[in-house]
Design a protein around this ligand. Structure first.
Ligand SMILES: [Zn+2]
Length: 64
């Protein structure tokens, strides 16, 4: 897995419903407390629940 510089940081996402995993830049994602819809199964959950790890959540809070 490529871990980039600040300019290329990505968030690892994992859907708690369908287990789809993908990546996004933090600046295109909503706040951790906002609702987010899985692009695969359309589950609606708080953004924080799609974070793969705590580190991804912290990255989102810092850069999102
Ligand atoms: Zn899903």
């Amino acid at each position: 897995m490529y871990v980039g510089t600040m300019d290329h940081t990505t968030i690892q996402l994992l859907c708690p419903e369908c287990a789809k995993d993908w990546q996004k830049a933090p600046n295109v994602l909503p706040d951790s407390t906002e609702l987010f819809h899985c692009p695969n199964c359309h589950a609606s959950r708080r953004m924080a629940e799609f974070m793969r790890t705590d580190r991804d959540l912290q990255t989102l809070k810092q850069l999102g």
